[in-house]
Design a protein around this ligand. Structure first.
Ligand SMILES: N[C@@H](CCC(=O)N[C@@H](CS)C(=O)NCC(=O)O)C(=O)O
Length: 207
């Protein structure tokens, strides 16, 4: 039975994180999806009422409480099922995994804002140096994941792995020529494997 409403767009990597977590924890039937089509300059009236910052995802609970952003929503939903937690509840694992998840979110932030810069901003106002700086952040983050965190990523499919998979999926969607697979073959092999998971296959963004 659906008891919650998720403000949703199929192309948002932040929304996808929430959807993957719902699939992985068997909770997708508890959430109704409310489609929104927004950008930083075109909002959605209902969303703005529920989340004053006007961003997705936002999750309305049965009692009307609204949760945002994706980190808070994932943490909430991870405490609503009885299986293994996808966010470690305590100890050093919690901080390690959340930091990796934060790195994945930062890749998404850079990729989403690059999309806005190259697609939304009027052409005469675009700033190549700024786009290059975002690309640098993404390149450094992916190199760091390959060099320092591949074993951790491979060890368990949890919030960190969900985040990295969603970040890579969004990069492929918006910047297919970014070329990360050649630079990070280990990450590419990991991604090819986890992409077979039903949760990722069911939520893959289609342009
Ligand atoms: N930190 C937020 C980021 C969410 C975000 O940037 N969502 C984008 C869609 S991918 C959005 O709502 N953009 C509209 C805007 O920036 O006003 C989260 O983790 O949920």
């Amino acid at each position: 039975m659906t008891t919650m409403t998720l403000f949703h767009s199929p192309l948002s990597p932040f929304v996808r994180k929430v959807m993957v977590l719902l699939h992985e924890t068997g909770q997708q039937d508890r959430v109704a999806l409310q489609a929104v089509n927004i950008s930083p300059v075109t909002g959605d009236d209902q969303l703005d009422l529920d989340n004053p910052i006007g961003k997705i995802p936002a999750l309305r609970l049965q009692d009307g409480t609204v949760l945002h952003d994706s980190r808070v929503i994932c943490e909430y939903l991870d405490q609503q099922h009885v299986g293994n937690p996808l966010i470690p509840r305590e100890g050093s694992a919690r901080w390690r995994r959340l930091t990796l998840a934060s790195q994945a979110d930062a890749i998404m932030d850079s990729a989403v804002s690059s999309r806005y810069e190259s697609f939304l901003r009027p052409e005469d106002k675009r700033w190549d140096g700024w786009l290059e700086a975002q690309a640098g952040k993404i390149r450094r983050s992916l190199a760091n994941l390959e060099q320092e965190h591949l074993a951790e990523l491979t060890s368990v499919f949890d919030i960190a792995a969900i985040g990295v998979a969603c970040a890579l999926g969004y990069l492929d969607l918006r910047q297919p020529a970014f070329g990360w697979r050649e630079r990070q073959p280990g990450l590419a092999a990991w991604y090819a494997e986890v992409s077979k998971r039903p949760s990722l296959a069911a939520t893959a963004p289609m342009a």
